[in-house]
Design a protein around this ligand. Structure first.
Ligand SMILES: [Mg+2]
Length: 284
């Protein structure tokens, strides 16, 4: 029996594929889940590719799915603006993401936005840009960050990531950003709102014990860890996160659902929220 699970959130990189190779049995597993009538959402933290680009990459690897079922931080930022009722926004994001944010009306020069959407600006993170964002926040704009990773690894070495600038703006304004990427609760809530489902009926499958599984458990979902992708033996013990179940790969998920999930563990304690932030990014 499949228990009460009606929605499955699937991480992409490391769960469905590694680099350009699908995980053996992954294509069939996704079809099997779909065949059981489960609502599937494909969730990724990418802030450099649009959901159409993500969907077409998946199609090349053999996974057929509607682009609307791919959930990225950008698509969840759009949902957030709709829910809160933001009319005009200011976009501080990579050019490739603009198509996913095209539904949002942007401010004209001199206007104050209701929200700032902050993503990867790279060299564009100048004092002027940050100070303008600071002023908008002081005037009441919500800061919606697509992720808050501390740094990432470039070919020439480590590089500061968006999280450092989010922290700077939070510090200057004394206001908290809304972060719409994993492992934030807002990410999982928005993904479930998109699927019209509740945390108690949802399952997240990921290869990242903290961002995928820890984040999901904290948000009240079940969290299944796969031993593919970035998984390394002992990850459960090192992280202090206890997955609902651990399986060798996504290929085992249909059988796990047939057998029934173990009873949910007690909700994670709040300190997890700080600890589960990934140290490297951007992670797909
Ligand atoms: Mg992954």
């Amino acid at each position: 029996m499949t228990g009460a699970i009606t929605t499955v959130l699937l991480d992409l990189d490391g769960v469905l594929y590694v680099e350009d190779d699908p995980i053996p049995g992954a294509v069939e597993a996704v079809e099997a889940l779909r065949g059981r009538g489960l609502r599937l959402r494909f969730v990724t933290n990418t802030t450099s590719r649009s959901r159409a680009q993500v969907a077409s990459r998946l199609a090349r690897l053999g996974f057929t799915l509607p682009a609307e079922t791919v959930l990225t931080p950008a698509s969840l930022a759009v949902r957030r603006c709709g829910v809160v009722g933001h009319k005009r926004v200011k976009l501080l994001v990579a050019p490739a993401l603009r198509e996913d944010l095209a539904g949002l009306a942007q401010v004209k020069p001199g206007e104050r936005p209701d929200a700032i959407i902050l993503g990867d600006l790279g060299e564009g993170f100048t004092y002027e840009v940050l100070n303008e964002a600071f002023r908008c926040m002081e005037a009441g704009a919500e800061l919606i960050a697509l992720q808050r990773n501390r740094f990432w690894r470039r070919t020439d070495g480590l590089a500061m990531d968006v999280g450092a600038y989010v922290a700077a703006l939070e510090y200057a304004t004394g206001k908290e950003a809304t972060v719409v990427g994993k492992p934030e609760e807002a990410f999982f809530k928005a993904a479930l709102a998109d699927a019209h489902d509740e945390p108690g009926h949802a399952l997240m499958v990921g290869d990242d014990i903290e961002a995928d599984v820890g984040g999901a458990l904290h948000a009240g979902l079940s969290g299944v860890l796969v031993r593919t992708g970035k998984y390394r033996p002992g990850a459960e013990e090192r992280s202090g996160v206890t997955p609902t179940a651990v399986i060798d790969s996504i290929a085992d998920l249909p059988r796990l659902l047939d057998e029934g999930l173990p009873a949910p563990a007690a909700p994670s304690a709040s300190p997890l929220r700080r600890r589960v932030r990934p140290r490297f990014g951007p992670a797909a």
